[in-house]
Design a protein around this ligand. Structure first.
Ligand code: AHM
Ligand code: MG
Length: 333
């Protein structure tokens, strides 16, 4: 088998399709290198003394795990000196991080959820890193939060690393979705899947069923119809999976189809669900759309939402097109 490294893929992408320039290529390589380090820390577990709580809270008021903090630091440090970024924003930090004045600034903005699926860290279940890349607005002098508030449709790249039985990097620069597996002995990312496509129809859904009593009627109806099985309105049996790591759930759906849902619910009418638009929903929506799937907030395309704040939350329905269309239609009725 001819091995194509991430570097070769990016160089050819720049040369043949021009969807990226040298600066974006460097950015992606640096993020991928940081993910290698995170993967190493994750795999050490108790031996690296990285498990457990950090005894700090993030901006969302959630107790941070040690690995949340470590992963955030790895991404910040790796990306500050290369000259490819104007600023960074992280799910774990209250406001944006400027590039120190001793380094040159670049034209891109990087956003990330350094370690997604925190509840799975200490129990050795797959977790991941999610990232999104935007272009800094023309004429920007000193980056501000406002410069990050761009709809997901303006992302120039998005990806995630999944730390599971294998460590993989899934990436799009707007020209399909490509997957790279970390070769630990060689220390390199090797392309193992190209132009991934989500099967359009599916018999699998992912949602945290324990919240069922709180859901809005369209979600109740959609899930009830699936649960009714082959004698119900859907005329087939469905299977359910919920890993509680969005990265791992999306990775399964990319490979064998399905729908992932984290809806808003009736508990707090002011809270539109759990997941964050800028660090989770937008990058995953870009990947899913590039793989032929669909991503909505129940009514509208996620990537068309105009963000109003950095840590904004949003309901998420994404995956196989026919299923996302159906549940979105139920909300619109
Ligand atoms: P996190 O960023 O604090 O890890 O939260 C996001 C995660 C997603 O990966 C996952 O889909 C969801 O939270 C699981 O939530 P729940 O514990 O409610 O099932
Ligand atoms: Mg997260």
């Amino acid at each position: 088998m001819k091995r194509v490294s991430l570097t070769q893929y990016l160089v050819e992408e720049q040369r043949l399709h021009q969807t990226i320039n040298a600066e974006l290529r460097l950015l992606i390589e640096v993020v991928a290198r940081a993910c290698k380090r995170i993967s190493y820390s994750v795999s050490k577990g108790a031996l690296g003394e990285v498990l457990g709580s950090a005894e700090t809270e993030n901006i969302q008021g959630e107790v941070q795990k040690k690995l949340d903090v470590i992963s955030n630091e790895i991404l910040l440090e790796a990306n500050e000196w290369g000259g490819h970024l104007a600023a960074m924003a992280s799910e774990e930090m209250e406001t944006i991080r400027l590039i120190p004045s001793r380094y040159p600034k670049g034209e891109f903005l990087l956003l990330f959820d350094p370690l997604d699926g925190s509840s799975n860290i200490d129990v050795n279940v797959s977790i991941g890193t999610i990232f999104s890349v935007l272009k800094a607005p023309e004429g920007m002098v000193e980056p501000s939060e406002q410069d990050f508030l761009q709809p997901g449709a303006q992302q120039v790249a998005a990806g995630y690393a999944v730390y599971g039985p294998q460590t993989m990097l899934v990436l799009t620069t707007g020209n399909g979705v490509h997957c790279f597996t970390l070769d630990r002995e060689m220390g390199s990312w090797v392309q193992t899947q190209s132009d991934m496509k989500i099967p359009e129809t599916t018999k699998e859904f992912a949602i945290n069923m324990s919240n069922k009593r709180h859901w809005h009627p369209p979600v109740q109806r959609y899930v009830d119809e699936m649960l009714a099985g082959s004698t119900g309105p859907r005329g087939k049996d469905f299977n359910m999976r919920w890993i509680a790591s969005m990265v791992a759930d999306v990775h399964r759906i990319l490979n064998r189809g399905g729908i992932f849902m984290y809806p808003a619910d009736l508990r707090d009418p002011s809270s539109p669900g759990k997941l964050r638009l800028m660090y989770e929903a937008n990058p995953m929506a870009m990947i899913v759309e590039q793989a032929g799937g669909m991503a909505t907030d129940g009514r509208n395309r996620i990537m068309d939402i105009q963000p109003t704040k950095l840590h904004q939350r949003v309901p998420v329905f994404l995956g196989s097109k026919s299923e996302v269309q159906l549940v979105t239609g139920y909300h619109q009725q």
